[in-house]
Design a protein around this ligand. Sequence first.
Ligand code: KG4
Ligand code: ZN
Length: 342
Amino acid sequence: MRVLGIETSCDETAAALVKDSRSVSANVVLTQTNLHRPYGGVVPEIASRHHAGHLPELIAKALAQSGLQWTEIDAVAATYGPGLATSLLVGLAAGKALAIRLNRPFVAVNHLEAHLLSVFLADDAPLPFDSPPMIALIASGGHTCLMRADAPGAYRLLGWTRDDAAGEAFDKGANLLGLGYPGGPAIDKAARGGNPKAVNFPRARNISGAGALDFSFSGLKTALLYHLRDNPAALPEQLADIAASYQEAIIDALLGRLEDAMDQANLQCCAAAGGVSLNSRLRTRLAELACRRGWRLLLAPPAYCGDNAAMVALVACLGLGIAGPEAFLIDACPALSLGEDE
Ligand code: KG4
Ligand code: ZN
């Protein structure tokens, strides 16, 4: 089954062709980072206009890279949520129109499910339906959640962010540190060689009861703000130490809850995906944690951590997502979740 995937949920315009569940024959991503940088974050109007202007050429480029003809595409898949409404609409409308023109099925894909399943795009990952049950951490600019995945399509949401997403915490922290947008890669780089114990930032680990696996990052951002206010001479000399300490606090929060979730579920396999899972320190610490606890770790390959369309096509290749006549009627769902009780 050859699927054309389309992704326009935020500030990446992407198209990909995926055959069965393993072979990505084209994966094209156009990021809009430069357009949004002057504003310190994504401007929805700019994002959707850019998607509309560039999606046709990206789809054509992906098709050319794959060496396939239009008639060889078996289905078209596009993200319908969560994300920015006007950005989602561009990919959704394009996907439906192409499917109608090609007389092929259209599959509406949940972006969070796509991120979660992206770990199966790694060469050494098990086949998706052969994978053991796992706890997956999905951490990006728009969402941060812990999910139990018993099999592709069978998910339960265990924890969610109460305020900022982990990527947002990186982006806002970098802004305070004068590192620009997007903040994740900038803090990752600035933190190299820094002492992660130099500043004792809060970990917000005192949530108990029903929301014990939820995240909260807004206090951390405020703590950084106060630290810089109270230590006006700290920058630029202490940049590496402050960035490393701030990054460590985010990672401790993510890994602490992942470990709690793994212990509660008593599983042997965990996974991490989404833009924040590109973080070099997070990847190292995840590998150390998995090794220490004897867990199998599935990590999304770097090319599929940030927003991309290969993960969207993969969902359809696995027979998941919303297909059939109802898929053509589906609207953009900006606040779509995954694995919540109906
Ligand atoms: O998955 P993604 O591309 O888009 C969303 O679905 O939101 O994630 C983007 C986020 C941004 O907040 C960015 O700062 C963060 O991922 N990010 C990183 C790194 N690279 C990207 N965060 C930490 N370390 C990185 N190396
Ligand atoms: Zn994403």
